[in-house]
Design a binder for this molecule. Structure first.
Ligand SMILES: NC(=O)C1=CN([C@@H]2O[C@H](COP(=O)(O)OP(=O)(O)OC[C@H]3O[C@@H](n4cnc5c(N)ncnc54)[C@H](OP(=O)(O)O)[C@@H]3O)[C@@H](O)[C@H]2O)C=CC1
Ligand SMILES: O=C(O)C1=N[C@H](C(=O)O)C[C@H](O)C1
Length: 240
């Protein structure tokens, strides 16, 4: 496939190496660091089968919209832009385009999401536990809490009715779910859901060892998306 890379930072470089190793061709790289580099508007479905977008919260929606307007299926991994999610879905449907989004592309994290929802439902059934979410990332991360932590928090709220909202700070009452963020050098991405009762603690933890898992999942999505119109995520891709 011809893959357009949008964003050539930590994820862009990891994706380039993996995509090339899997026999794909990089159709172009769109990034402010590319001197006189191309723009998304320079590409069409004839030159790019799919675009993969990993940039920053304030750039993601415009990039997604530009791909949709060019008729190029887009796999987006940027986090922290979901205030514009409804607009992205409406534009995808209006243009009969193809949009794939995941707050985390790693297969392990998507299993974590699945077990998170299962555990939340069981904890609600048996009772006696309080719950909190914690995420730890490197110092360059722009958004807080992480997109993954938001997905995990929403999964808990959907299955654990004792919690009705989440806050990126210690909970201010029993009905609030605390989502705590830490920033530490060189941590790729760690997420922990902790249930505590008077008698014990149960933890569900995912720790990324490198960015390879994110890139592998994003490439799987990029190979799967072309030819499918609509909005998709990892549940559809992995059958979870
Ligand atoms: N869903 C997932 O599985 C994962 C998501 N992420 C998310 O992906 C995003 C990128 O992460 P990461 O690669 O680590 O970040 P980096 O900061 O390392 O790379 C981002 C790159 O995008 C460039 N950029 C900024 N604005 C634009 C624009 N308008 N168009 C094209 N490129 C642009 C940046 O340039 P400059 O430095 O000049 O601004 C930089 O080179 C983040 O939002 C992160 O949270 C990360 C890992 C996994
Ligand atoms: O910025 C990162 O690095 C990461 N961002 C994603 C998120 O916000 O959840 C995924 C992963 O944790 C790495």
């Amino acid at each position: 496939m011809n893959i357009l890379l949008i964003g050539y930072g930590k994820m862009g470089h990891t994706l380039e190496a993996l995509a090339t190793a899997r026999g794909h061709r990089i159709a172009g790289i769109v990034d402010p660091g590319q001197a006189e580099g191309p723009a998304i508007a320079d590409f069409t479905p004839a030159t790019a089968d799919v675009a993969i977008e990993f940039t920053r919260p304030d750039a993601a929606f415009a990039n997604v919209a530009a791909c949709l307007r060019q008729g190029i299926p887009v796999v987006c991994g940027s986090t922290g832009w979901l205030g514009q999610w409804d607009e992205a879905v409406a534009l995808t449907n209006e243009l009969k385009g193809s949009l794939f989004y995941a707050s985390n592309y790693s297969v392990g994290v998507n299993l974590f999401f699945h077990f998170n929802e299962y555990i939340a439902a069981k904890m609600h059934q048996f009772g006696g536990y309080d719950v909190a979410v914690r995420e730890i990332h490197h110092l360059q991360k722009l958004d807080q809490p992480s997109g993954t932590a938001v997905t995990a928090a929403e999964g808990i709220l959907a299955h654990f009715p004792a919690k009705t909202s989440w806050r990126n700070a210690p909970a201010q009452g029993p009905r609030e779910l605390a989502v705590l963020s830490e920033r530490t050098a060189d941590v790729v991405g760690t997420h922990v859901v902790t249930y505590t009762s008077e008698v014990d603690t149960l933890e569900l933890k995912h720790e990324a060892h490198s960015r390879a898992g994110f890139a592998q999942g994003a490439l799987l999505a990029a190979e799967w998306l072309p030819g499918r119109a609509g909005v998709f995520g990892m549940k559809e891709l992995l059958g979870l």
